[in-house]
Design a binder for this molecule. Structure first.
Ligand SMILES: [Zn+2]
Length: 250
């Protein structure tokens, strides 16, 4: 049993036994790992308040080789992202970020780049204007998918290479991205605004104007289908879908 000390992001936690917790942490060096946190629910536990989902912590733990449950012995809070908790919309965006992390990295694999992207995205969810949150989330999802080796093609037809950023297109997750009218049979129809935003994010240009309700709905559906088609775990919009009436305004 080896003792480890490294940065982590808290993904989730549930009650375990009388006084303990089970916590899933996204660790910088080993990706997602599950922990028993003994006594964490006792009054005056040293873990009190530190293991909230989205918290950035310094974790000290005993790693049991070949096991899928480890023992968390200490946690220092590095960043709480407390601004997320003043807004349901911001918090739902933060949950989309941590939900995406679960399926994008296998346990026991180094995750330094994805870890850095996630911290940056959580800070954006806390501080960007609310109208910019959706584009910031999509930008994170694209970067995270690219890091995991699943970069979707969003600017050009996957079959003929035609630039599609000013026309409507179909999104075909099995083919790996968008296709023009002549090559995209079936698949999800994306309006010119949506393909413009997605193609822009993929090529490093972000539109200033807020996204419309239709663009948000189409873009989320494209990511949802891509995550499902490639078996990338939980779809990252569960919490945001609960806020749908608000998010689709405009
Ligand atoms: Zn084409």
């Amino acid at each position: 049993m080896a003792i480890e000390r490294e940065e982590a992001i808290v993904l989730s936690r549930t009650r375990f036994g009388e006084t303990s917790l089970l916590a899933t942490l996204f660790t910088k060096n080993r990706g997602p790992l599950r922990f028993v946190v003994k006594g964490a629910r006792r009054p005056r536990s040293r873990f009190g308040g530190r293991l909230e989902p989205t918290h950035h912590i310094l974790a000290v733990y005993y790693r049991k080789e070949g096991r899928d449950l480890h023992l968390l012995s200490d946690a220092d809070l590095l960043t709480s992202f407390s601004g997320l908790r003043g807004s349901l919309l911001r918090l739902a965006h933060a949950y989309a970020i941590i939900d995406a992390l679960v399926g994008l990295k296998r346990e026991e694999t180094p995750a330094e780049n994805l870890f850095r992207l996630a911290l940056h995205a959580l800070a954006a969810a806390e501080t960007e204007p609310e109208t910019a949150l959706e584009a910031a989330l999509w930008s994170f999802l694209l970067a995270a998918l690219t890091d995991a080796g699943y970069r979707p093609e969003l600017a050009r037809c996957v079959r003929c290479g035609r630039d599609l950023r000013r026309s409507s297109a179909r999104f075909d997750p099995r083919a790996g991205g968008v296709a023009c009218a002549g090559h995209g049979e079936g698949g999800l129809l994306l309006s010119p605004g949506t393909i413009g935003i997605l193609g822009g994010l993929a090529t490093g240009t972000v539109r200033e104007a807020p996204l419309s309700g239709r663009e948000i709905a189409e873009g989320r559906e494209a990511f949802r289908r891509f995550f499902e088609e490639h078996g990338l775990g939980r779809t990252p919009f569960r919490a945001l879908d609960l806020l749908a009436p608000r998010a689709r305004k405009g």
